[in-house]
Design a protein around this ligand. Structure first.
Ligand code: HEC
Length: 317
């Protein structure tokens, strides 16, 4: 009898482990998922700690990598692609936050980031922060340290084009966060977000002249499109009353985002890499917008853990 009871406990334990180790808890609709134990060498762990500004003991060397098939953001097809995931723990100032991070196996892109357990205060689970990682593309900058980031920021000041690229991209990321907040309600309380979006377009127009990698014609088109986007945004502000009409006006603006991104985004991303201001620092100092709730320390800890997760997924064998 005792043996049977023991067997039941063991089996339940295994079933629970299987649920816990499911990529589906990080990416909805993930299929064919499995979990594999993998290892980092001491050198890899050290390099990851340096890149993240963590202590070596904060980087685990024995990890479980989740694997499965899921839809990847911005993909050209609706076919599922291979996706890898991991669960890491961020040391928040008040408690631990367990975060699931998933990346595309064949592309340097984050698929999703999700809070799985939060022992810090409630703000540690603010969705607006994590939404920023959906589809995030990274470059070699992700391997660099906080000191490298300081050096990059100082150096970019000597190069007009790099400074303009950085300002436009940081601005656009802030635009994305404000836009998400705006479309949620599309009512009077959303007006400040709309005003912020318009201001970010205005600021971008002023920097287009410094983008030497574009032709005169491309610069002209881009500044006209940005100015038009600012005007369209301001025209929508009086219509923000939470009705379907307001939402429809915003949905039309969504086309404007895509029409500009389709020809421009990848060229910007390539040029940023060439100018040494590539995407991938995963730092609140450049790419991440910190929510008003929660301390800077909290968001910093979360960002470091997410960066550690991405690098661990890539390096663990
Ligand atoms: C007139 C052109 C234009 C319009 C309109 C535009 N964008 Fe952008 N956006 C860009 C360019 C150029 C980039 C590339 C900047 C970069 O990543 O360096 C970009 C990048 C972004 C990024 C950052 C992506 C990343 O990986 O870092 C976000 C987020 C974004 N745009 C949101 C929006 C949203 C939301 C809208 C519409 C409400 C919009 N943009 C409309 C030109 C535009």
């Amino acid at each position: 009898m005792i043996k049977v009871a023991f067997a039941v406990v063991v089996l339940t334990g295994l079933a629970l482990a299987a649920v816990q180790d499911d990529l589906g808890k990080i990416v909805s609709g993930a299929e064919k998922t499995k979990a594999t134990k993998k290892k980092l060498t001491a050198d890899q762990a050290k390099a990851i700690a340096t890149a993240c500004g963590l202590k070596p003991e904060d980087v685990e060397t024995s990890v479980t990598i989740l694997e499965g098939w899921a839809q990847v953001p911005d993909a050209q097809t609706t076919d599922k692609a291979r996706v890898l995931g991991i669960v890491v723990t961020a040391k928040g100032p008040k408690g631990a936050i367990k975060i699931g991070v998933a990346v595309a196996a064949d592309e340097d892109r984050i698929v999703n980031v999700k809070v799985l357990e939060n022992k810090d205060d409630a703000s540690a689970a603010t969705a607006d922060f994590y939404d920023q990682f959906y589809g995030f593309l990274w470059s070699g900058a992700i391997r660099k340290s906080p000191d490298d980031l300081k050096a990059m920021l100082a150096k970019s000041k000597d190069n007009k084009e790099a400074a303009a690229l950085l300002e436009i991209s940081v601005g656009m990321r802030r635009l994305g966060v404000n836009w998400n907040a705006l479309v949620k309600k599309a009512d009077k309380t959303s007006v400040p977000y709309a005003e912020e979006v318009a201001k970010i377009y205005d600021a971008a127009v002023k920097r287009v002249g410094d983008l030497a990698f574009l032709t005169d014609r491309q610069r002209k088109t881009l500044s006209e499109d940005l100015a038009k986007a600012a005007k369209t945004m301001r025209d929508v502000i009086p219509k923000l009353d939470g009705t379907d009409t307001a939402k429809k006006a915003l949905a039309e603006m969504d086309n404007l985002c895509n029409r500009c991104h389709a020809p421009m985004r990848s060229r910007f991303i390539d040029q940023r890499e060439k100018d040494g201001v590539g995407n991938g620092w995963l730092s609140p100092e450049v790419e991440l917008v910190i929510p008003l709730e929660g301390s800077k320390e909290l968001w910093d800890a979360v960002a470091k853990a997410i960066k550690k997760a991405v690098l661990t997924i890539r390096d663990a064998k």
